[in-house]
Design a protein around this ligand. Structure first.
Ligand SMILES: [Zn+2]
Ligand SMILES: [Zn+2]
Length: 371
């Protein structure tokens, strides 16, 4: 007590010296063990945490969600996820062993837009998507490159790259990757040709970019993945353009419309123009399957199929597990009778033209409206 604080000259102790420490090696997450990862786009209509339990009850070990309403610009105050909610979400996901977690961006975002106001809005919204994805501990943020609306392609690609850079400025990515999704080529959509995705990847090597390939969009854009030879040719082209190592997610959707239609309409697995046999080849291909010799550990196969009647979601998940021959092994047990869609589809919704899309949880029909 009597000793004045500064009377003793502190001895130099080497232990006090600041040395930047190597971050301890983060162990690879369990979902990257080479096991098959199958998921479905899951509704967040209840709440975010509930979507995790839904995915599990449908027999998934991976999932995709929106982190906010996909067709509205989030209202101020609704843009960020409170940390307590995000923490609950991360904890529940760890408990359920779900991975990877993919988030699909809002459909209104258009980084390719030639209109200034729309572009600025899109860049802000994309940054908010990145922040929510980081808060939730997502592995992938999947986005459509955008719609160029009359602008020429090189200009649109430059705008997209610039938009991504601005949105990502100063963020620490923590393992999160942005995946550019190929499109069917409807309207002015960029990304129907794999070379277009490759051009974006090539122009922004400093960003953590990858690719999500949608099987329906591939067929609709003119890539014939129906036959064994067609699949080989397409895989060669994928390797030559974006590179298979960058394909972290495959959206597994059959297509209502034929090869080269450029019209995006998802269909149940095996009931569309791609067909069950072709999906068997796709899921088990040694270049695509995460357990294949040349596959990518952690690559996920995620459904965005329609839910026309209760149980369609569970059945499509089960079809994928059957196609990879793992039912009852790596496949989590689905809950009997469970579905995201609880009530029978109303007769007025049964028109072939999907005009009313108010139904919650029917990702497929939502996806129809934009590639
Ligand atoms: Zn999409
Ligand atoms: Zn998709």
């Amino acid at each position: 007590m009597t000793e004045p604080q500064h009377s003793v000259k502190p001895a130099y102790d080497i232990a006090d010296e600041y040395r930047p420490e190597h971050a301890p090696p983060t162990p690879a997450p369990a979902w990257m063990d080479g096991s098959m990862r199958i998921g479905i786009h899951t509704t967040i209509a209840g709440n975010l945490v509930a979507s995790l339990d839904i995915a599990r009850k449908l027999g998934c070990n991976a999932l995709q969600i929106f982190s906010s309403s996909p067709r509205m610009w989030p209202r101020a105050g609704n843009v960020r996820i409170p940390e307590a909610d995000a923490a609950r979400f991360r904890a529940r996901r760890a408990e359920l062993g779900l991975g990877p977690l993919a988030i699909h961006t809002n459909y209104l975002i258009n980084l390719a837009s030639p209109e200034r106001v729309m572009r600025v809005r899109s860049i802000h919204a994309f940054r908010d998507e990145l922040l929510r994805a980081l808060a939730l501990g997502a592995d992938f943020l999947i986005t459509h490159p955008g719609s160029r609306r009359g602008a020429n392609l090189p200009q649109a690609i430059a705008e997209i790259v610039d938009g991504l850079r601005q949105a990502a400025r100063g963020l620490k990515f923590d393992g999160l990757r942005i995946l550019l999704e190929n499109t069917s080529g409807m309207g002015w959509a960029v990304g129907a040709r794999l070379e277009e995705l490759a051009a974006i990847l090539g122009a922004a090597p400093e960003l953590p970019l990858g690719v999500c390939l949608d099987t329906a969009h591939l067929l609709e854009a003119g890539y014939d993945i129906r036959s064994a030879e067609g699949l080989e040719r397409t895989l060669e082209l994928i390797e030559r353009t974006v590179g298979l190592r960058r394909v972290s997610v495959v959206h597994v959707n059959d297509s209502k419309t034929p090869l080269g239609s450029r019209v995006d309409r998802h269909e149940h697995i095996g009931r569309g123009k791609i067909g069950l046999e072709a999906f068997g080849r796709i899921l088990n291909h040694p270049l695509l399957s995460p357990s294949g010799v040349h596959g990518l550990a952690g690559r996920a196969f995620i459904l965005e199929t329609p839910i026309d009647k209760p149980g369609d979601d569970r059945r499509n998940v089960r079809t994928l597990w059957k196609l990879v021959g793992l039912k009852g092994q790596q496949a989590p047990r689905a809950e009997d009778g469970f579905s995201m869609l609880r009530r029978p589809k109303a007769a007025r919704n049964r028109r072939p033209r999907s005009g009313s899309l108010g139904r919650k949880g029917s990702r497929g029909s939502k996806e129809k409206r934009r590639g």
